[in-house]
Design a protein around this ligand. Sequence first.
Ligand SMILES: [Zn+2]
Length: 453
Amino acid sequence: MAKKSVFICQGCGYESPKWQGKCPDCGNWNSFIEEETNSLRSVIKSKKTKKNTPLKLSEIQTTKKDRILTQIEELDRVFGGGIVKASLTLIGGAPGIGKSTITLQMASYLAPNYKVLYISAEESASQLKMRAQRLGINSENIYILIENRFEVIAETLNDIKPDIVIVDSVQTIYLEEIKSTPGSITQLREITFKFMNYSKRYNFTTIMIGHITKDGAIAGPKVLEHMVDTVLYFEGDKNGYLRVLRSIKNRFGATNEIGIFEMMSKGLKEVKNPSLLFVSLGKEKTPGSALIPIMEGTRPIMIEVQALIIKTEYQIPKRTIVGFDQKRISMLLAILDKYLHLKFATSDVFVNIVGGLKVDETAVDLGVMAALISNFLDVALPSSVAFIGEVGLNGEVRGVTFIENRVKELEKLGIKEVVIAQNNLKPLENLKMAIKITTLSQITDLMRFINLS
Ligand SMILES: [Zn+2]
């Protein structure tokens, strides 16, 4: 095959015959690197394509995919109910967040029933052994291979015939026949393609670790995310104890599912009842704090939002928003100004989620506004009331999706009252629940509720 040299953007995989300062596709600067490529596309093209005859829809058999269970609920959920056999998963995350820890723990959960090959090019065998000892892992069924040349790995795959292959990390493995450096687009593409092919040939399931760059993408490319079946991101503050495993792409299940873990000295521990992690129930609330049940994938989780408003000492008042979309909060402040005449123009506003989660849904509007009003008026909200609702630009309170799941979670946690939109009441009417339901239709009603309670 003819080898040719091209310039490839390391951010998005855009190819160009010439070097360019700025990538016309993703806009990155200085991202082009010259790579010698017997391009993957030409490999695919050169294969003879077998002609498929069309089938009637009614004739097509659905195959229920075989799944591998780790028996760790938080993990199995993120994979959409277990890992699909012979699939390829990419786990991304910032350095030091605990990707190697979670994959090694996964290896130990799977080892009783499956043969696991752990390929590391990042650590030495003794480093890995020490890590395993710290985590209390010792299994006859886990094989460790310290290697970064794919050609050697391929021989091992043939010798050992593992059920599960863990690659730590995809950026460090390379094919000798390709001149590009490890971690370059061409290498990443070819390595991923090789693992895909081999997993079909030997029927093993692959989990690859990928490092994330400072701008939050898996180092190297989106290209990789398109190729694999499942993409998970491992998030959290390196210095905190909370970790979230989030599915970004899943060919075999819902995306945006999350698994929540705590980083302990002996490794990651699943958090089975996350609501209790993010709120302190039963405590008297201070002015500016409100409870909101949010949805993470298909699961409701209760969070506590806190707002603080103080007179500004600056020319332009500060807006410090953690965990929410800044623009959304600005909009809510404008609505409070317009319909409730609460003026924030000379105040600094801080809004924060306790526990460090990030929320991206409009169902939190009502709760955030309740927290803002509460702090503004210096009136604490009742300690056992939660808020659910979207608020529109005309000050109207709107219903949200999954209202039943959210309210059921509140009921489970023993919350006494929930404030929702009037038009969200219908699906709740026939549920037998102890929780008191209060409905609103305008944001002015929220003000009344806070003043009365
Ligand atoms: Zn690019």
